[in-house]
Ligand binder design. Structure first.
Ligand code: NOJ
Length: 576
């Protein structure tokens, strides 16, 4: 990787041994935590079958501790046919056999906690797998049965019942209804799925659905998890009349999104979380353009935090980013919840790719194959964005591989792709596989240490197990091994940033003060003594008065001979 960027280590940056391990006793840990998202299939493979697993994560806990994270969020690790990467759960109380066993998950939760790292698991309450015993029982029991009441089964419209009951639009494109076949082979009722047909929506008016999810929460809280990430959190409650979506939707009037009753569910979940010792957090995946409706989920008796997706979807422009920061802080203030800062996740184009494009905003609908990308520019901006977001007040999410600067893999062979978003768009949308490629750890060739070398030869001398999604041949430069001793690498930047963030009290919970700056610069201080400056102008800028540069995402221009100016697309952290 290119430039050396670390300012010489100063006393201020040195971390006292006592602060290396985050305190697990702090009840407010979640307000400023650094949470690392583990997409388990692609993190590390412990048994050599080409799929990431719990053993792989356990073997890399030291890496996560050294990175400086406070918690791990695991995308679903349960039994699942993996029709949607595990967001189609067939058994919440069992670990997917490719990932390991329940006892290993328990050991992992314990071992991580011993390092001061909490575990957050994913729950997917809007839908389950079509292979889940409830759905199989509902299919077998037939129309009018109590088993079907846990879902949204409905006769079809039209004289022969062969039209969908309504025309709700799927988040995955395509239809939201699939017709069943009766036991005698005749066409039967339809069932609702806001996502893929393998993900039937649950009926949250049914007491079994509520009870079951409360039991699942207890099951995992009993095993020591520090919180849950709630998938598609605004979609659970539907208008039972299943009307079409009106042209003009009034607040709370959408038939399947953000209905007022959904909040009762989270109040009951919060009560369960609060009944456990330590703070067990609820983190919502709430895609919600209306800021007031978004903040409703964060009232003191509901979720602790929700993903702030606004910042991530904005283009690399100072005005846009500043406006997003301002509005998100404003939205959170009345409910006294901290914002979250998220640059990407397993659904989103990798930041180094996104920021290297003419249109650097993110929108699912705009993803296309062959979009020209300047990876050098994107990497520069992603480095600046990493420091900018890590300096903001609130909790910080890091998606695995962003700390290595991995680009989106855009040339996966067609046969390797798995994402229903790709297939349901008739191949127009590249889908999300490109940000889910297994991590490179070491070595010069695939699997780059993702699978343990001694285990990648199967019995009988057959071909080595390949990662479940192929890694690009030229990823040697992105491995942890290649980066960890290169002061100019993305990994060293992340490590240094998280170290400083943990060390400086002013970077924990609290607010920020904007500093006067030219329009293409984002500058703010955090509680005095610390300033973050991001230069989105096309020329170097003079830094505000400071005692020392704690960290910079690119080498300062004219340093060390001159005062040092901040290059375009860069962030510097200053002690003032
Ligand atoms: C949001 C998850 O992040 C995504 O990966 C999944 O496909 C949908 N919810 C449906 O569960």
């Amino acid at each position: 990787m290119d430039v050396p960027v670390l300012a010489p280590e100063t006393d201020a940056m040195r971390v006292a041994p006592s602060s290396v391990t985050p305190s697990t006793a702090d009840p407010l840990w979640w307000r400023s935590a650094v949470i690392y998202q583990v997409y388990i299939r692609s993190f590390a493979d412990g048994n050599g079958d080409g799929t990431g697993d719990l053993a792989g994560v356990r073997s890399r806990l030291g890496y996560l501790r050294d990175l400086g994270v406070d918690a791990l969020w695991f995308t679903p690790w349960y039994a699942s046919p993996l029709a949607d990467g595990g967001y189609d759960v067939s058994d919440y109380r069992a670990i997917h056999p490719a990932f390991g066993e329940l006892a290993e998950a328990e050991a992992l939760i314990r071992e991580a906690l011993e390092l001061g790292i909490r575990t957050i698991i994913d729950v997917v309450p809007n839908h389950i797998s079509d292979q889940h015993e409830w759905f199989q029982a509902a299919l077998a029991a037939g129309p009018g049965s109590p088993e079907r009441e846990r879902f949204w089964f409905h006769p079809g419209a039209g004289p022969n019942g062969d039209e969908m009951p309504n025309h709700w639009v799927s988040n995955f494109q395509g239809d939201t209804w699939t017709r069943t076949t009766n036991a005698d082979g005749t066409p039967g009722e339809w069932y609702l799925h806001l996502f893929a047909p393998e993900q039937p929506d649950l009926n949250w008016n049914h007491p079994d659905v509520r009870r079951e999810h409360e039991d699942v929460l207890r099951f995992w809280f009993d095993r020591g998890v520090g919180g849950v990430r709630i998938d598609s959190a605004a979609l659970l409650v539907k208008d039972p009349a299943l009307p079409e979506v009106p042209e003009l939707v009034e607040a709370g009037g959408h038939p399947n999104t953000d209905r007022d009753d959904v909040h009762d569910i989270y109040r009951s979940w919060r009560a369960i979380a609060d009944s456990y010792p330590g703070t067990r957090v609820l983190v919502g995946e709430v895609w919600m353009p209306d800021p007031v409706r978004f903040a409703n989920y964060l009232r003191p008796d509901e979720m602790h935090t929700a993903f702030n997706f606004d910042f991530m979807t904005r283009p690399w422009r100072a005005f846009e980013l500043r406006e997003s920061i301002e509005s998100m802080l404003e939205v959170h203030a009345p409910v006294n919840a901290p914002s979250t800062w998220v640059l990407s996740n397993h659904d989103i184009t990798r930041p180094v790719t996104r920021y290297g494009r003419v249109d650097s905003a993110f929108a699912f609908a705009n993803k296309r194959f062959g979009t020209p990308t300047d990876l050098e520019l994107g990497t520069r901006r992603a480095r600046a964005a990493a420091l900018l977001s890590a300096a903001l007040p609130g909790s910080l999410y890091i998606y695995q591989g962003d700390e290595l600067g991995l680009p989106e893999v855009e040339d996966l062979p067609d046969g390797a792709r798995q994402d229903p978003m790709h297939f349901r768009s008739q191949g127009v949308d590249p889908g999300r596989d490109g940000c889910r490629v297994p991590l490179p750890w070491s070595g010069q060739h695939p699997p780059f240490g993702f699978s343990p070398p001694e285990l990648t030869w199967k019995a009988g001398g057959a071909a080595p197990a390949q990662p479940w999604l192929p890694q690009p041949q030229d990823w040697a430069k992105y491995t942890v091994e290649a980066q960890e001793h290169d002061a100019g690498s993305m990994l060293c930047l992340y490590r240094a940033a998280l170290r400083i963030r943990r060390e400086l009290d002013v970077l924990s919970d609290g607010g920020l003060e904007w500093l006067a700056s030219e329009p293409d610069v984002i500058a703010f201080s955090r509680g005095g003594g610390f300033v973050s400056v991001t230069n989105l102008a096309d020329r170097p800028i003079v830094l505000p008065e400071h005692h020392e540069v704690l960290l910079s995402s690119s080498e300062l221009v004219d340093a060390p001979s001159g005062d040092g100016r901040l290059a375009p697309d860069s962030t510097a952290w200053l002690r003032t």
